[in-house]
Design a protein around this ligand. Structure first.
Ligand code: DQQ
Length: 539
């Protein structure tokens, strides 16, 4: 159908058809990037999952290969679920993934490339003596035991991995040790666990340096001053903690422990789940991939013939104050830019709507700085908003009149504005400094019904005395709108299905300000984005 073609993203990672979810085992090996992913080869629903496999030289254009791991043994007959890749000494890549048997019991299994001299590593072989790790031992639930991490070497020279689990009913990243990556023993305590009911899916554990966007390889020596990050997928979102890896206790110790999971930091405040990072030895950076689910209906997905994309790979690092992660689309994505437009010295007064013309509004990259002449009229911040930021985005919507803001972008807007998405900021004065609210409001994104259209939002702290400019970058790719606020402090991935887009009507893009304080835009740059070769079926 026409709709299926127009909603299909042009430069995000996806499969030509069928269902995909979690990224699994991203890796750079012998000059090639590999992306593996949860994939249903037979349909657009989450079922019959195998490991899809694609390769790339630039993380933008991809070639889809045959699935790397399929359901052909009793321990994974019900699904080859999420896992990771570790490159062992001697350049030996090894996959560890979760097999799900006919009774939904989960186990961890090892897979090796059949022929390491095949540049694409097309074929993979399951170890004979799988499963390697069974859900046995005190406190475990055999149906909530999955998603092993990339391995790292501990102080005793042994390999470690963490496995997502429910431990005595609480969310946990279990810790396992091994000498040879084949035989594993469970450490008597988890790497870290929650003190409230949950199951942690897809844990990710990695090291970062404050204020340094170079990445660290977890299997190499970790420099002094580095911090560790533990990410878990829980409550439909990817949350993380920053802390230290206490080598004596062999445990992760967060800098801040918050009992209420609503207050935990988030990788992304929109549709973004099951993310996984890897160390890119080609460019010395850490890259994170996340899954962005469709937010239309299951039957829409059937009509489209595909479901699920991966967010644009992002470089991820730690802010200089060590308090939160920053994320930014990998530089490679800029190679798709064309038709640059550039506006300087714009002034947005209360009620102004400035149309951004001259680029493809369906496939675009926009970078804009908002500069505040005065910060006196910022409304006071109420910390209770942090418990439900989406609710606050609904109340303090783009048309509300605040002291400073809302200001931002309106994208994928129909002629009469009946459909539009507002990505905007609002500035509040808090005790210490300023708190910036960033929203991606999807409530008017489509005239269609049956879509999930929340007003996503997150807060970040900002020193407005020091830096008067708040930056926004938004990548628009048909049904995906991915925004990065304050240099990557808050990221929001949104999925949208405007009727105007399906009908091939003209859609518009604007910068706007509805706050009482005038906002200057020292620079606004925007580009059309070319279509990448993403897993295109070779003719
Ligand atoms: N998806 C996988 C599981 C994982 C979940 C199954 C997270 O291994 O826990 O497709 O999205």
């Amino acid at each position: 159908s026409i709709a299926s073609k127009r909603y299909r993203t042009a430069y995000h990672f996806q499969s030509p058809k069928n269902w995909i979810n979690d990224p699994c085992g991203p890796m750079y090996y012998n000059g090639i990037y590999h992306e593996f992913y949860q994939y249903n080869p037979g349909g657009t629903i989450a079922d019959n999952i195998v490991w899809g496999h694609s390769v790339s030289t630039d993380l933008i254009n991809w070639i889809q290969l045959e699935p790397a791991i399929v359901r052909d043994t009793p321990y994974d007959i019900n699904g080859c679920w999420t896992g990771s890749i570790t490159i062992l000494p001697g350049d030996q890549p090894v996959i560890i993934y979760t097999g799900r048997d006919s009774k939904d019991h989960q186990s961890q299994n090892i897979v090796l490339p059949k022929n390491r001299s095949d540049p694409y590593l097309r074929e993979w072989t399951k170890a004979d003596n799988n499963p390697r790790i069974l859900p046995v031992g005190p406190g475990l639930n055999s149906t909530e035991f999955r998603d092993p991490t990339t391995g790292w070497i501990g102080p005793d020279g042994l390999w470690r991995i963490a496995i997502g689990a429910e431990l005595n009913g609480y969310g946990a990243a279990l810790l396992y040790k091994s000498e040879d990556f084949l035989n594993w023993t469970r450490v008597d305590h988890p790497l870290y666990s929650d003190n409230a009911p949950s199951m942690w899916e897809c844990p990710d554990f990695f090291a970062v340096l404050p204020g340094n966007n170079g990445g660290l390889d977890l299997s190499a020596a970790i420099p002094k001053g580095a911090k560790h990050v533990l990410k878990m997928s829980v409550d439909y979102s990817d949350k993380y903690m920053i802390g230290v890896y206490d080598l004596k206790r062999d445990a992760f110790v967060p800098d801040v422990v918050l009992d209420d999971r609503r207050l935990w930091l988030r990788m992304d405040y929109g549709t973004f789940y099951a993310s996984k990072s890897f160390f890119d030895s080609k460019k010395g950076r850490r890259i994170i991939w996340g899954w962005s689910n469709e937010t239309d209906s299951v039957s829409d997905d059937g009509v489209k013939g595909w479901a699920g994309i991966h967010a644009i790979p992002r470089t991820i690092w730690l802010d200089s104050d060590g308090k939160q992660l920053l994320q930014w689309p990998i530089d490679e994505i800029e190679s798709l830019r064309k038709d640059e437009i550039n506006h300087q010295g714009l002034e947005l007064k209360n009620g102004d709507l400035f149309e951004i013309k001259g680029i493809d509004t369906l496939q675009a990259d926009v970078e804009v700085d908002f500069e505040l002449a005065s910060i006196d009229s910022a409304d006071p911040f109420d910390p209770s908003w942090l418990f439900d930021v989406e609710r606050h985005c609904r109340e303090a919507g783009a048309s509300a009149k605040g002291g400073i803001g809302p200001f931002g972008l309106v994208v994928l807007a129909s002629d009469n504005m009946e459909e539009h998405i507002a990505v905007h900021f609002r500035v509040y004065k808090s005790q210490k400094s300023h708190m910036i609210l960033m929203c991606s409001d999807l409530r008017r994104s489509s005239l269609r019904s049956g879509l999930y259209t929340p007003a996503y939002g997150g807060f970040f702290e900002f020193d407005l005395e020091k830096e008067r400019k708040i930056s926004l970058r938004t990548l628009i790719d048909r049904s995906a709108v991915e925004s990065f606020g304050g240099g990557g402090r808050v990221c929001i991935t949104s999925r949208v299905y405007p009727v105007a887009l399906a009908d091939d009507d003209t859609v518009h893009m604007y910068a706007f300000n509805n706050g009482s304080t005038t906002v200057r835009v020292p620079q606004l740059r925007a580009w059309s984005m070319m279509t990448a070769q993403v897993n295109v079926i070779q003719g």
